[in-house]
Design a protein around this ligand. Structure first.
Ligand code: GAL
Length: 139
C-alpha cells in the first residue's frame, strides 16, 4: 500500500462536494484506490478500487472493522499508463462516479451520517497530476 495523497476536510465532504482526480495509472500493479473515510480513518465510507488486470472496479465500505458486500462494475474505461480524470460527486443518496465525464457507477451511501466523511486518501498505482475538491451544491 502506497499513500499518494491524503487530505482532511474538517466540516465533512458530503453531500454536495465533488472530488476530481486527474492522473495516470501506473504499470506495476495496475490497481489504485480512492477512499473516503471518517475522521479517525477507521471507517471507509466509500472505497473505489479499479483493478485493471481483472477489468473490474470494486467498490465497498469498511465499517465496524470489516468489509461489506462488494459492488463490482465491469465497465472500466481506464487503460494502463493513459491519462484520465475521475470525478466522484456525492449527493444525499449516492456517490456518483464519472471517468472522463462518462458516468460509470453510483454507490448508495452506507455510512449514513455524511458530515463524518471528512478524509480523502488515494493509494497505490496512480500518478496524480491534480486533486480538486469543489462544492457542486449547497452543503
Ligand atoms: C479486499 C482487498 C481490499 C479491498 C476489499 C474490497 O480483497 O484486500 O483492499 O479492495 O477487497 O472489498
Amino acid at each position: 500500500m502506497v499513500l499518494r495523497f491524503e487530505a482532511t476536510y474538517p466540516k465533512g465532504l458530503c453531500p454536495g462536494w465533488s472530488v476530481i482526480v486527474k492522473g495516470e495509472t501506473g504499470s506495476s500493479t495496475n490497481t489504485f484506490e480512492i477512499n473516503f473515510l471518517d475522521e479517525s480513518g477507521e471507517q471507509i465510507a466509500f472505497h473505489f478500487n479499479p483493478r485493471l488486470a481483472d477489468s473490474v472496479i470494486v467498490c465497498n465500505s469498511f465499517l465496524s472493522n470489516h468489509w461489506g458486500q462488494e459492488e463490482v462494475t465491469e465497465t472500466v474505461p481506464l487503460e494502463a499508463k493513459e491519462p484520465f480524470q475521475v470525478e466522484i460527486y456525492s449527493d444525499q443518496d449516492f456517490f456518483h462516479v464519472f471517468v472522463d465525464e462518462t458516468k460509470v457507477l453510483q454507490y448508495k451511501h452506507r455510512l449514513k451520517y455524511l458530515p463524518t466523511v471528512s478524509r480523502l486518501q488515494i493509494m497505490d498505482d496512480i500518478h496524480i497530476s491534480s486533486v480538486e475538491v469543489t462544492r457542486r451544491g449547497l452543503c
